[in-house]
Ligand binder design. Sequence first.
Ligand code: OGA
Ligand code: MN
Length: 282
Amino acid sequence: MTLSLKPMTTTSFVTEVVNVDLSQPVDAATASALRAAINQHSILVFRGQTIDNDQHVAFSRNFGDLEIHTVKQYLLPDYPEIIALANRGENGTTPIDNGGAYWHTDISYKAKPPMGSLLYSLEVPPEGGDTLYADMYAAYDALSDAMKENLEGLRAVHGYEARFSRMGEGGKRPKLSAEQLAEVPEVTHPIVRTHPESGRKALYVNEGFTLGVEGLPLDEGRDLLDALNAHATQPQFIYAHHWRAGDLVFWDNRATMHCATDYDTRYARTMHRTTIQGDIPV
Ligand code: OGA
Ligand code: MN
């Protein structure tokens, strides 16, 4: 099947996939066309979808094995592959409003961070609660040659607790148990990574989970990370997704960051995310 793609940004960053019904199994040709599309576009938007948990998981598995999140209190009891971002909770999950309201790349604090995430909206507020996405290829490309050279070979330290220790707060993220923390020791990743499929270079640092730069004094490393974050979140690199119920957004964690935004919490917001395992960044 030929995918029908409708660009949503003037660059190749975000595209809508118009002709795929996610409640149906996709054939091998469609799965590989979608894989090519996510490598080219970084963000794929599917609208007007009605899928259950099995269909969400089945569609996600076309792109790899699924990651089971460390923070078990957010996982749907019968579907550990699905993390519920639900401000009222769901089936006993811990409620989250605005859990990701800082720039981050999902689970970059693991040695093998996920390649992608698929977020499906069930209930959304009438306004607010958009998710912002930053194009980390474009952010890298726009750096000066001197800065690109300066970053070559540098590695950032990533950790789950980074947000607590750097910003003095964790958003709404819970503290981990000792056992959970043991699953996520600090790791380092290159600040500039080469995408394993597109071959393009992307910035790979984020406000939420990067703590410092290996080999640099703490304050110097943080200053560099802050400058890179400020650079990457300039308006020309950002796409704001305004959710409708029934949207599924599939993003490439290897080339993007994202950030939740505020909304009036008198409204229910219920989202489900699956997460696809990835490679060690190089
Ligand atoms: C996520 C996330 C932001 C949002 O699902 O990984 O950060 O707006 N979501 O819900
Ligand atoms: Mn996230």
